[in-house]
Design a protein around this ligand. Structure first.
Ligand code: SF4
Length: 414
């Protein structure tokens, strides 16, 4: 390569753009607040999270909805359109897992690119284009490709996700295989897996999701399962290229997708650490690092707290592909009738709720009669995942109130 072309390539690399300019952010703040704010949610906060109107009581979790990482990602996406008024702007997949927020970005002419695999749209990027990296990050190969094409990058990856990346890169550097507790088809886990290969791309990872997966790995470490059976269970999708269990499970480091169920992650860590310690007579070949993010933990803890109240039903509002929301649903359904709804329109009528069923992985319709009789007292709990805006929470509360014959003004006048 000539000096000239090397220099040209250098200029093509690393066009990361900071769109956080004070004048831009002032406008963004006003716009975001206008799109997603809620007077009803603010009122409930002011009332300590509870309101009783006649014989209807609504309890809102103490922590719910947008987290700092999501707020930042949305702000940066909105700011991108303001800074690059006339440039084509693309987004890798979805900015966060919420259809309403993604729809708003689409309305701003921000075009979604595929996130599972790069296609010819990535090859066609030019220096005039801007690409937004979502809050969950993106695999290193995607970033390399965008940099190679010379497009500008607005990186909204959450700091908590980057903390996990630093951890798995350290594992790779020290020769430890990353065992990642996460969903193999989730954007964040795919990105984390790419970082687990390390700088030299010679690191390894194994992605596990359940306690059954964990026990299977532990059985392998205990010598009870063959390499072939192991690889048949996990396949190519869950392991790094060239993964050989007999070699790459000698030294392991556990990390997790930031939005997993905390209690499950802790149990996975405990079982793996115990198995390695039993095998080697010492824990030194197993490193543990809790990478559940603060916002996920706070929302889970707040729900556990809320569940101490007697309640008739729980509504969990959020995108069906949102990992942290899914775990709130799992916590709720252990205790009481819990409905995972996309938005208020899912509460179709006084006795008909359309909601996402975690087992069937699709929407189902349930008849729910507790709201039916307005003379019968009812207590409704409401919470929402970290990617759910307040206006959707407000609409849900108002829909319940409407079915119980309560007007919005009655809430706001409390
Ligand atoms: S859920 Fe956690 S990791 Fe994800 S964006 Fe929010 S703060 Fe960051």
């Amino acid at each position: 390569m000539s000096d000239k072309s090397a220099a040209k390539n250098d200029t093509k690399k690393r066009k990361r753009i900071n769109v956080r300019k004070p004048d831009v952010m002032a406008k963004v703040e006003a716009e975001v607040s206008n799109h997603y704010k809620s007077s009803v949610v603010e009122k409930l906060r002011e009332l300590g999270g509870e309101i009783t109107l006649g014989n209807t009581k609504i309890i809102l979790a103490q922590q719910f909805g947008f987290c700092y990482g999501v707020e930042r990602a949305i702000d940066l996406a909105y700011a991108s359109r303001k800074v690059f008024e006339d440039n084509p702007i693309y987004l890798i997949g979805e900015i966060i897992h919420n259809p309403e927020v993604n729809r708003q970005l689409k309305d701003m002419d921000i075009v979604s690119l595929p996130w599972e695999q790069m296609n010819e749209q990535y090859d066609a990027l030019t220096e005039n284009d801007v690409v937004i990296v979502p809050a969950f990050g993106a695999p290193t190969s995607f970033i390399d490709k965008i940099e190679e094409r010379g497009a500008s990058i607005v990186d909204t990856t959450c700091g908590d996700v980057m903390k996990v990346w630093r951890r798995v890169r350290t594992y790779a550097k020290e020769g430890y295989t990353s065992i990642i507790h996460g969903k193999a088809d989730h954007e964040e886990t795919l990105a984390t897996a790419s970082h687990a290969l390390g700088k030299e791309k010679n690191g390894h990872y194994l992605i596990i999701l359940t306690l059954e997966d964990t026990d299977f790995v532990c059985s392998y470490i205990n010598g009870e399962i063959s390499d072939e059976t192991f690889m048949t269970r996990f396949g190519d999708k869950n392991v790094s290229p060239g993964f050989i269990p007999s070699i790459h499970l000698q030294q392991v480091g556990v990390a997790n997708q930031t939005t997993m169920l905390k209690s499950e992650t802790e149990e996975i860590q405990r079982r793996i650490a115990k198995t390695i310690t039993n095998r080697d007579g010492s824990p030194e070949n197993c490193q543990i690092f809790d990478t559940i993010c603060g916002a996920t933990q706070e929302r889970q803890d707040a729900l556990f707290e809320m569940l101490k109240n007697p309640m008739d039903m729980l509504l969990v509002v959020g995108g069906y592909n949102s990992s942290n929301t899914t775990h709130l649903v799992e916590i709720g359904q252990e205790e009481l009738p819990t409905f995972f709804i996309r938005d208020a329109t899912c509460i179709e009528s006084i006795e008909k709720i359309i909601h996402f069923d975690l087992e069937q992985k699709s929407e189902i319709t349930s008849n729910y009669n507790n709201l039916l009789d307005q003379d019968k007292p009812v207590v409704v709990g409401v919470t929402a995942g970290a990617s759910c805006p307040n206006n959707l929470i407000e609409n849900t509360i108002l829909r319940v109130c409407e079915l119980r014959g309560i007007a919005k003004t009655e809430i706001l006048s409390q």
